[in-house]
Design a binder for this molecule. Structure first.
Ligand code: S3P
Length: 742
């Protein structure tokens, strides 16, 4: 049979075990070659191959299989490779591709070089990561590779067309193909596959040796089963693998033995802190891995993930809800809790990707953090001088707050560090923190144009300065105050307009005095922080979407609970009230130094206003959704003095104007603001959020007053600040459907 579009005419699979048999079977099922011929020294396996339909034809010899084939795949035990290559050499046809499926790649390359005198361009080593503890052709399945990875390790001079054809075969078998160097493959596999197999074999053997009747296994539960499943793997194959990947395996065994010894010592001397640190770091890593497996985002790069919101027009917003915890306070609770003496317990922590990035970064610097578990986090503080050097760059995802506040803290540490972020964060200005920190004595390199990554040199003493901030930024103020905790003398910062003061309030909560004198906040370096309890209120920035939603949608009545009402954050309420919104504030109280209240919001006829400039920093994150309110209001809304919006997660003035235009709403963009004439019809259409969480959610709210469906692209980053947004929106009556989410 010839399959015209198939990448190969005839494939020879040498060795019909689980992997060779499954590959042959996948090639046949998916018609990836005209025919598949198989060879195995075990006659019964070969006969079974034909009988089970795994191969088209059984060859009598390697020569017969290889002659006339344009792809030859070796699926023999690693240690048989050289002998088989000797037999292939005289008969392999010109133009054919030779590959393998072995678990170690340097040994395969060494065998090829020994037999052919070089690694020819038509030899492309491969390794499907799809083993199983089962073996033999009876276990072969055409879908064994579906959703598994196949690593190819082509040399620099590899035949590119051949590589592409081989890739097509594996992809046709359902696998995802990755390419990497031979050396890296062997290191990675030694750590992630070979070592776990060795430990599983060794553990089961140790336990079995303790008890001849193996009676103890009767009492073994799921943990034992999960952990030791791979000890039932093929001993011959694994003995081959360890001998072939000797050097890489020895390195990783040594590393593991050291770490195990450390745990042994911790148990011996009752050092619970070390156990807890290692276990919670491992738990976080394992959870990260599970999320990777299920395709969910954690604090890793979100940019590959595509989530689209499909909005149906209209609706009414009703209910009684609590939105997730405040992002700014969640970041700060981890930072100060980590540097405090004692254990800090946090309730209401935001489990969004931004604050999780901060949490992970402190774990990477040796801090033991339990949770988050339904908003509860316990931080075992290490004291002002207790942070350890991270093993690699600290990845801060989408979070400008994390990067700027970290810069202040890390500039004062004895170790070097590097801060990186996603595509959006990598475009944001960092000179605004790097410059004043340098004036304090810090040594910091930024990327081009003052952008991330930030490379911070440790071990430079800082001296307090007085800094007049050119822009009203809580992040810059907080960065300098945090650096000031470590600096010699007094560090003071004057702001041109009031910005959020969570850092100052929380420092006081941790027993560190912040002197405030009008627009200036100052700290004296050299003090210490004492652990405390923190109750994070619901984030007013997240509540804002629902405040606008219930205001603009007909017949709405919504209650929002326990919302943070810090006077430096309530701009959105002040502005909406001035526009005629019907918002009732009740149950006002102060918790842990931060005011909170419940809010009841009902539909209202909004009117356009000139937004008072002093409200801009107090509502800085809420403008995207306020623009939607303005579009639904009667008359003109004018915003000025808000150029900061252009350097947020996106250029929020332009991106909102473009999105509104896509829905038929014309606006006038100015360098520092926007003019919106309310009352224009909001039509249906497609909006680009540019990966900015607040843009996505704002247009979701706009759908309540739209006349047609709205599609919002690039919404994965909503998880940075508002996990569960889609569910809450649905629950209250917003007609949202998230496609492509997890
Ligand atoms: C934040 C401060 C604000 C705000 C950001 C969070 C903070 O940024 O936009 O979402 O937690 O300090 P700027 O201080 O740069 O205005």
């Amino acid at each position: 049979m010839t399959v015209p579009s198939a990448p190969f005419r005839r494939v020879a699979v040498i060795g019909l075990g689980l992997i060779g048999g499954s590959l042959a079977s996948a090639i046949r099922t998916q018609q990836l070659a005209g025919m598949v011929t198989g060879f195995d020294t075990r006659q019964d396996e070969l006969a079974l191959g034909v009988e089970l339909g795994v191969i088209d034809e059984a060859a009598d010899s390697i020569e017969q299989a290889v002659k006339g084939s344009d792809l030859v795949v070796l699926a023999v035990p690693v240690r048989a490779t050289r002998a088989v290559l000797e037999q292939i050499r005289p008969v392999i046809e010109e133009g054919a591709i030779l590959s393998d499926v072995g678990s170690t790649k340097s040994s395969f390359v060494a065998d090829v070089e020994a037999v052919f005198g070089e690694l020819p361009p038509w030899v492309i080593p491969g390794h499907p990561i799809a083993g199983s503890e089962k073996s033999g052709i009876r276990a072969a399945r055409p879908d064994l590779f579906t959703n598994h990875k196949v690593i190819l390790t082509p040399a620099q001079n590899a035949d590119q067309a051949g590589l592409n054809r081989l890739r097509t075969v594996w992809e046709g078998a359902g696998a995802t193909v990755l390419t990497m160097s031979v050396g890296y493959h062997d290191e990675v596999l030694a750590a992630t596959s070979h070592l776990p197999h060795l430990i599983a074999f060794s553990l089961v053997d140790t336990l079995a040796g303790e008890d001849e009747n193996m009676d103890i296994f009767r009492y073994a539960a799921g943990g034992f089963r999960d952990f030791t499943r791979i000890a039932a793997s093929d001993p011959v194959m694994w003995h081959d693998i360890f001998l072939s990947n000797r050097d890489a395996v020895l390195r990783v065994i040594d590393h593991f033995t050291e770490d195990l010894d450390q745990l042994r010592a911790a148990i011996a001397c009752g050092d619970g802190a070390t156990l807890l640190r290692v276990f919670s770091r491992a738990k976080a890593a394992r959870e990260h891995f599970s999320k990777m497996l299920s395709g969910q985002a954690y604090v890793t790069n979100n940019s590959d993930k595509q989530v689209t919101f499909q909005m149906q027009p209209g609706g009414t917003v009703r209910g009684d809800i609590r939105v997730p915890g405040d992002k700014s306070m969640s970041h700060r609770s981890i930072m100060l809790g980590a540097l405090a003496e004692g254990t800090t317990e946090v309730k209401g922590f935001l489990e969004g990707e931004d604050s999780l990035a901060t949490l992970q970064a402190f774990r990477d610097m040796g801090v033991t953090i339990e949770g988050p578990d339904d908003g509860f986090v316990r931080i075992h503080g290490v004291g002002m001088k207790g942070l350890q050097a991270p093993r690699g760059p600290l990845y801060l995802g989408n979070s400008g707050t994390a990067m700027r506040l970290f810069a202040g803290l890390l500039a004062a540490q004895p170790f070097d560090s590097e801060l990186t972020g996603d595509a959006s964060l990598s475009k944001r200005p960092m000179g605004r923190v790097a410059d004043p920190l340098r004036a304090m004595g810090a040594v910091i390199d930024t990327g081009e144009g003052g952008r991330p990554p930030l490379k911070i040199r440790g071990g430079h003493a800082l001296t307090g300065i007085h800094y007049e901030m050119p822009v009203a930024s809580a992040q810059v103020k907080s960065c300098l105050l945090l650096a000031g905790l470590y600096a010699e003398g007094v560090t003071s910062v004057t702001e041109p307009a009031p910005t959020r003061d969570h850092t100052e309030r929380m420092l006081e909560g941790f027993g560190y005095h912040v002197h405030r004198d009008g627009a200036t906040a100052s700290v004296t370096g050299g003090g210490k922080l004492s652990a405390c309890a923190i109750d994070v209120p619901a984030d007013i920035s997240s509540a804002a979407f629902f405040l606008v939603a219930a205001s603009i949608a007909e017949d709405s009545d919504l209650t929002l609970r326990h919302v943070g009402m810090n006077p430096t954050r309530v701009g959105v309420i002040n502005i909406l009230k001035q526009m005629g919104a019907n918002i009732e504030v009740f149950n006002e109280k102060v918790i842990g130094g931060e005011p909170v209240a419940d809010l009841r919001v009902q539909s209202a006829r909004l009117k356009g206003i000139d937004i008072p400039e002093e409200q801009v920093p107090l509502a800085i994150d809420e403008f995207p959704v306020l623009f939607i309110a303005a579009a639904c209001a009667e008359g003109r809304t004018v915003l000025r003095g808000a150029e900061e919006l252009r350097v947020k997660e996106s250029d929020r003035i332009q991106v909102m104007a473009d999105g509104l235009a896509a829905l038929g709403v014309e606006t006038t963009v100015t360098p520092d603001g926007i003019i919106i004439d309310g009352g224009q019809e909001i039509g249906g259409g497609t909006v680009e959020s540019h990966g900015d969480h607040r843009i996505s959610m704002s247009f979701a709210v706009a759908s309540l007053r739209a006349t047609g469906p709205i599609r919002i692209n690039d919404c994965a980053n909503v998880a940075t600040s508002f996990p569960g947004f889609v569910d809450l929106a649905l629950q209250t009556g917003i007609r949202i459907n998230a496609e492509g989410s997890d």
